[in-house]
Design a protein around this ligand. Structure first.
Ligand code: SF4
Length: 430
């Protein structure tokens, strides 16, 4: 009986990457391959990479070294955004035998079939001029209850600090009809919640003259999908219509993730963002008016080139006034081929660190306020599979983490609960 090839996957970066790795790995679930954990010895290691920050690239190289340590004879295939942006650099990393960008990664199975058994047969595949015009749908199953559902890819915005348009190409998606077909496949797996993901999901449907709002209208009609959660939507694309849909339909989760990036209009202008801070605060007010208990998360970059102390304080004071639930704080990271490198004086790394710390403290305070303001809330929790120390976990509709004593019968079921006891880890105990 022919020995199965052991293949291991690892993913860096965003929900979009996780949904794609999961879809790609499902091609290896049967036949001559056996999927094994990344920390084990395997014949082939696949890393779905990220290039949003320098750190993400460093982590990729660490994983390559780990794979080589596990099995020096293995094939190491690095796929995705880092591969798309800088294939030569990756090909020079000891151990790497295959580099596939954001288009060819979906043909990984064929490329590996072609490639020989041992490293010596490496064929040094490189994504020379991969076109990024096609949209390849994907969704994760990963044994979870929530599926990361890729509905859009690429971006037409040109934010000064961002390499994603270079890595993922133009904004594109399938039609609503095709997207609904994929969503029905997710419903058939029994998963109850989908997390709509992409690069700029608010831009869904642009090439087909369709809208994100109309996609939401169709998604809520699918039996089997009980909860639809949106990942980040740009402030200028988060329309009153979308917020009203969330207010009106219980399947659309009261959870908004809005990339703000700075609370200073001069910095927003430098970044090439498409809104002012007033547009952002107007969105927050609209959400609080129509969906009072909503969870609102905001992304923020600190230490952007040229960001003065005064602009940072302006940003801090602006965010302090916003009725948001917490902030994802990112420290500016230099990226090649971006306008930001010419934007202005680099903020010293120690000062970037100080600003990041200050914003994280503000975020922690806002998170606590948000959690306490929901004490006594009657809501529904979707219980997840994983167990820790005899407890199982889940999230409310407005994305509050809860735990209860583990009960296998509850996995992937929703339960009506009342939030009362908040533990020291900001988790409500049921
Ligand atoms: S909207 Fe801006 S930050 Fe977001 S992916 Fe597009 S270019 Fe990058």
């Amino acid at each position: 009986m022919e020995q199965k090839k052991r293949i291991a996957f690892n993913t860096l970066g965003c929900k979009l990457n996780f949904s794609e790795t999961d879809a790609i790995s499902r091609q290896f679930g049967t036949g001559s391959y056996a999927i094994v954990p990344f920390k084990e010895s395997a014949d082939i290691y696949v890393i779905n990479s990220c290039t949003v920050t320098k750190n993400a690239e460093k982590r990729c190289k660490t994983l390559i070294r780990q794979a080589m340590k596990n099995n020096p004879e293995a094939h190491v295939a690095v796929i995705g955004c880092y591969s798309q942006i800088n294939p030569e650099e990756l090909m020079d990393v000891p151990g790497v035998s295959m580099v596939l960008g954001n288009s060819e990664k979906f043909n990984l199975f064929d490329h590996l079939q072609e490639a020989g058994q041992n490293r010596s047969d490496k064929d040094a595949k490189q994504p020379a001029g991969e076109n990024l015009d096609t949209f390849v749908p994907s969704f994760s199953t990963g044994g979870r209850t929530r599926s990361f559902f890729k509905i859009q890819d690429g971006c037409d915005y040109k934010c000064a600090y961002c390499t994603i348009p270079l890595a993922r190409g133009k904004s594109r998606s399938n039609t609503i009809a095709e997207t609904i077909k994929t969503a029905r496949n997710i419903a058939d797996t029994g998963m109850k919640e989908v997390v709509l993901t992409g690069v700029n999901i608010g831009d869904f449907g642009k090439l087909h003259g369709e809208s994100f709002a109309n996609l939401l209208r169709e998604l809520v009609r699918i039996n089997g999908i009980e909860r639809i959660r949106m990942s980040s939507v740009e402030p200028d694309l988060l329309t009153d219509e979308i917020i009203q849909l969330v207010a009106d339909d219980e399947k659309l989760m009261p959870h908004f993730h809005i990339p703000l990036q700075s609370g200073s209009d001069t910095v927003l202008k430098e970044m090439g963002r498409r809104y002012t801070k007033n547009v952002f605060s107007n969105r927050i007010k609209k959400i609080r008016e129509l969906v009072p208990h909503a969870c609102i998360a905001a992304d923020l970059i600190v230490g952007y080139p040229g960001e003065t102390e005064a602009e940072f304080n302006e940003s801090y004071q602006f965010i302090k006034k916003q009725d948001i639930s917490y902030i994802h704080v990112f420290t500016y990271s230099k990226r090649a081929n971006t306008r930001a490198l010419q934007s202005g004086q680099m903020v010293h790394p120690s000062e970037r660190k100080r600003r990041s710390k200050q914003m994280q403290l503000l975020s922690a305070k806002k998170k606590k306020q948000f959690l306490l303001s929901n004490r006594g809330l009657e809501t529904n929790v979707l219980w997840e599979r994983d167990a820790h120390d005899g407890f199982m976990f889940g999230f409310t509709e407005n994305y509050i983490k809860v735990k209860t004593v583990y009960d296998a019968a509850r996995v992937n079921t929703t339960q009506a609960v009342r939030l009362n006891k908040l533990d020291a880890h900001n988790v409500y105990l049921i």
